[in-house]
Ligand binder design. Structure first.
Ligand code: G1P
Length: 288
């Protein structure tokens, strides 16, 4: 079953409390992994999966995200005039890589509410959702592409998953999944369960494709864990009404929404850096 999936929502209104004070005046999505902000990795992944119509649900203090994907005429003119061609190409590419729309979430009412804010823009189509603080480096196919393929096969909602250790289940939405003819069909999911409540060790890792039915359910979702309108709660309803599948995503994953995952992502990509990787390796060895 082919589908014309092309829209993707990036919820970017979160307050980034796990990264204070860094995120006091800088959106967490703009924190850099080596030389690119987290949100740019997410946008590149979406584009690679053919999801070229992007909306970011932003909030107060998030203007630098808009500036990042906008044309900076002054900067481009200066770099060009100075003959800094590589930098000029990099900067002008970022400004032109995608058409991005912005919607303001006026109050921090939760991830589910943020996704619901994008409903008028998405309309009656299937759509992706990506949480940019989960960085997933492709090993072959990108994470979103892996989801897209199961969506094209089934026409259904598809959720990206990864196994996590026991001590981490309380940080994530955790699913209960059953095998259905070689696909993982999700029966239910719980937001940030204790290890006793957790139905498995399979966590949702911030990559989703939904049918538009999700919006109708989100409208009626009451505040859940943490007093927030949770995406996971609406997904539970969705899974009770229609098939929702899971994909255990292949690729190196970093939960860069936590300081440790963020540092590890920087170390990993830093060591792979064309210009600085070797020097960093030598310096780290000396430190250790
Ligand atoms: C959110 C979701 C959670 C998911 C996680 C992935 O939580 O609510 O279900 O497992 O992202 O990182 P947050 O990290 O915003 O607390």
């Amino acid at each position: 079953m082919g589908t014309s999936l092309r829209k993707i929502v990036f919820p970017t209104a979160g307050m980034g409390t796990r990264f204070l004070p860094a995120t006091k005046a800088t959106p967490k999505e703009m924190l850099t992994i080596v030389d690119k902000p987290l949100i740019q990795y997410g946008v590149e992944e979406a584009l690679a999966a053919g999801l070229g119509e992007i909306v970011m649900v932003t909030g107060r203090g998030k203007r630098s995200i808009e500036d990042h994907f906008d044309i900076s005429a002054e900067l481009e003119t200066n770099l060009h005039a100075a003959g800094k061609d590589d930098l000029y190409k990099t900067v002008s590419h970022v400004a032109r890589m995608a058409n991005v729309a912005y919607i303001r979430q006026k109050q921090p009412l939760g991830l589910g509410h943020a996704v619901l804010c994008a409903a008028p823009w998405v309309g009656d189509e299937c759509f992706g959702v990506s949480l940019a603080d989960e960085l997933i480096l492709p090993e072959g196919k990108s994470a979103m592409q892996q989801l897209r393929e199961v969506h094209e096969q089934t026409g259904a909602s598809v959720i990206g998953l990864a196994p996590v250790p026991d001590q981490e289940v309380s940080r994530y939405g955790i699913v209960k999944a059953n095998d259905e003819n070689g696909l993982l069909r999700l029966e239910t999911m719980i937001e940030k369960p204790s290890i006793d409540e957790a139905p498995s060790n399979l966590a949702m890792i911030g990559r989703y494709i939904f049918t538009p039915r999700l919006f109708g359910l989100l409208k009626d979702t009451k505040p859940g864990a943490g007093g927030e309108i949770q995406l996971t709660d609406a997904m539970c309803q969705l899974a009770a009404e229609e098939p929702v599948y899971g994909v255990v995503v292949e690729g190196a994953r970093f939960d860069a929404g936590n300081p440790y995952g963020f540092l590890l992502a920087n170390a990993t990509l830093g060591l792979q850096h064309k210009e600085h990787g070797e020097a960093l390796r030598t310096a780290l060895k000396a430190l250790l």
